[in-house]
Design a protein around this ligand. Structure first.
Ligand SMILES: Cc1cc2nc3c(=O)[nH]c(=O)nc-3n(C[C@H](O)[C@H](O)[C@H](O)COP(=O)(O)OP(=O)(O)OC[C@H]3O[C@@H](n4cnc5c(N)ncnc54)[C@H](O)[C@@H]3O)c2cc1C
Length: 125
């Protein structure tokens, strides 16, 4: 095995998704850090559209089309905006579904969306 010498070694292996102490997140949440996770999320949303479209049970349809994004920082905000647009753009392919069947819930313990932008730019509820 080759050996390298160095004066200073910098380790920058990246971070991990924080789960905090949010009930259910560890068991049911999907991360949004890698391309594989992004593809999984996209496919999951498409799968839920299919499920919702193939049932006439309103409760089942509503559950399938309720998406929860935890974290109103840059990544969560971008994810929610793009995914909400994706589901809206897909509606013409699912005649059984209507815009008000789809719910994107965006949750954070902070009192505004993207609080890191400061009071002037952050979106306050
Ligand atoms: C969805 C999303 C969107 C984002 N959008 C933006 C944006 O628009 N603008 C912005 O500025 N930031 C954005 N970020 C944040 C940005 O991606 C991170 O802040 C940045 O990538 C962190 O850089 P890093 O070098 O610390 O870690 P990383 O980019 O995670 O790099 C760490 C690298 O170390 C490697 N590694 C880990 N362990 C080992 C090991 N044991 N041996 C060898 N290699 C290892 C990993 O494979 C990885 O390649 C976004 C993040 C996400 C998740």
């Amino acid at each position: 095995m080759a050996q390298l010498s160095y004066d200073r070694l910098l380790l920058a292996p990246g971070g991990v998704t924080r789960l905090l102490d949010i009930p259910g997140l560890a068991e049911h949440g999907v991360g949004f850090k890698t391309v594989a996770e992004a593809l999984y999320l996209r496919n999951h949303v498409l799968d839920r559209m299919e499920v919702a479209s193939s049932t006439s049970e309103l409760d089942r349809r509503q559950a399938a089309l309720t998406f929860v994004v935890v974290g109103a920082g840059y990544a969560g905000t971008e994810l929610t905006a793009h995914m909400a647009r994706l589901t809206a753009n897909l509606l013409p392919y699912y005649p059984a579904l209507a815009p008000d069947h789809i719910r994107w819930l965006f949750v954070d313990m902070a009192s505004s969306v993207m609080p890191e932008l400061g009071e002037r730019l952050a979106i306050t509820r």
